[in-house]
Design a protein around this ligand. Structure first.
Ligand SMILES: NC(=O)C1=CN([C@@H]2O[C@H](COP(=O)(O)OP(=O)(O)OC[C@H]3O[C@@H](n4cnc5c(N)ncnc54)[C@H](OP(=O)(O)O)[C@@H]3O)[C@@H](O)[C@H]2O)C=CC1
Ligand SMILES: CC(=O)[C@@H](O)[C@H](O)COP(=O)(O)O
Ligand SMILES: [Mn+2]
Length: 400
């Protein structure tokens, strides 16, 4: 029996993949990779496969299969290609599946892992936002455990021992009734202090330049609009079974406190660390213990002061759109997410302005796309319709 903790990484070629693999690289005696899945970056995936020698490697873009085979010639690593084949890798039994694919493209493999009763380290928040009902039901039925990797949710998870016990199926001594509210922090992104009359000139390059975190392009734009925080409020609702009124967000430009719990006895418990995703990922890999991965020590005296500010609605309209989608419930979170993915891609491609992201999401939500959200196929149908509506709106702006 191996003493290693065995890991599958979905989205191995991205930023979450990089941070997870940095921990694996540093701790070969603790962790072993079972499967690595990438989207289309075949050269990076091949390099990672040769370094970490998983049993199997999957590439979603099937046109890259031949190149992957060429790069792995002579190794014993099995190759699979295509969305369906890659998705199935999430069901191979491991100690933890890291869900690090960006966008709703991560939903099918996430669901496979949930159906297989896996422990899942969840970064792919879009799946939980759009399909939270289905995922929660199927996870409960199959005994799947969802461990948050998102830094704010990891902070709440680390501070709330009662929740961890509940996740393990034990009695909760520190139950839901002891929580007044949770608070997620937000950096405010690169445009926290930019004059509102300069928003029209924001470029994709400006928007992906996050002040504190190194992340993929899509989430970096979400941080700039603060849709990221809105998605995180919905993510927190599904992860921790809390209503919208018990989930707060505040701007904290230093990104040192990631989340806090306000208990009903007046205590607040917070989690602090440098802005480094290896902190929450290492917790998910080692919990309830702590991995000594030799992080740069956080010098709290040098920090000087920590600031907290309210979220300005005019500057960050996407945040309220997400909060309202959570309150509206039903199809609204899936519409919000699908429209946002289309709008962010259009902005990154230079087709629409930064401010049009919020307009497109708001106009897509206003169409009130009807539908069921209790099966995976139904959620995907709502998402497809939201994307169709948002794409029409993008085309309209392009034509102006
Ligand atoms: N980066 C961070 O620090 C944080 C990220 N998150 C969340 O984690 C998720 C990943 O973000 P991040 O790592 O920054 O994103 P990146 O853009 O850096 O990486 C995205 C990953 O998803 C893969 N991918 C994209 N499309 C597909 C597809 N259709 N099928 C299979 N794989 C696909 C990419 O593969 P390839 O590049 O090979 O095409 C890549 O491995 C997002 O949901 C984000 O919100 C949450 C908190 C922090
Ligand atoms: C690292 C992480 O968890 C990101 O989701 C982060 O929260 C982004 O920063 P913002 O607070 O600016 O959205
Ligand atoms: Mn986050």
């Amino acid at each position: 029996m191996s003493s290693h903790s065995v890991i599958t990484i979905l989205g191995a070629t991205g930023s979450i993949g990089d941070n997870t693999l940095a921990l694996v690289r540093q701790n070969p005696d603790l962790f072993r990779i079972k499967a690595l899945v990438g989207g289309s970056n075949v050269e990076k995936l091949a390099d990672l496969a040769l370094e970490f020698t998983p049993d199997v490697v999957g590439i979603a873009d099937a046109t890259k299969q031949a190149r992957l085979a060429e790069r792995l010639l002579g190794s014993e690593i099995k190759i699979v290609a295509g969305d369906a084949e890659c998705k199935d890798l999430a069901a191979i039994k491991v100690d933890i599946v890291i869900a690090g694919i960006v966008g709703l493209a991560g939903l099918p493999s996430m669901m496979k892992a949930v159906e297989a009763g896996q422990t899942i380290g969840l970064a792919n928040k879009e799946s939980l936002v759009s399909a939270g009902h289905v995922i929660s039901q199927v996870a409960a039925k199959n005994g799947a455990r969802i461990i948050p990797l998102d830094s704010e949710h990891s902070a709440i998870f680390q501070c709330w021992h009662g929740w961890q016990e509940r996740l393990d199926g034990n009695d909760v001594h520190e139950g839901m009734s002891s929580i007044q509210k949770i608070c997620l922090t937000a950096s405010g992104g690169p445009f926290l202090t930019r004059a509102l009359n300069e928003f029209a000139s924001i470029t994709p390059q400006d928007a992906v330049a996050h002040p504190n975190w190194e992340m993929g392009r899509k989430i970096s734009v979400d941080s700039a609009t603060m849709m990221n925080k809105g998605l995180e409020v919905i993510e927190a609702h599904f992860l921790f079974d809390l209503p919208a009124e018990q989930i707060e967000a505040v701007i904290h430009p230093q990104s040192i406190i990631h989340g806090m719990i306000h208990f009903r006895d007046g205590s607040i418990i917070a989690q602090l660390s440098s802005a480094d995703m290896q902190v929450p990922i290492s917790y998910a890999l080692k919990m309830p213990g702590r991995l000594n991965w030799d992080p740069e020590p956080l010098d709290i005296v040098a920090l000087g002061k920590l600031e907290f500010l309210p979220i300005e609605p005019d500057r960050f309209p996407c945040f309220a759109l997400a909060q309202n989608a959570l309150i509206q419930a039903g199809t609204a979170p899936a519409i919000l997410n699908g429209a946002n993915e289309v709008a962010v891609a259009a902005f990154l491609a230079g087709h629409i302005s930064f401010s049009s992201i919020a307009t497109i999401v708001a106009d897509s939500l206003a169409t009130n796309i009807d539908g069921d959200i209790n099966t995976l196929d139904a959620v995907i149908a709502v998402d497809n319709e939201a994307r169709r509506v948002a794409t029409v709106l993008v085309e309209k702006i392009k034509g102006q």
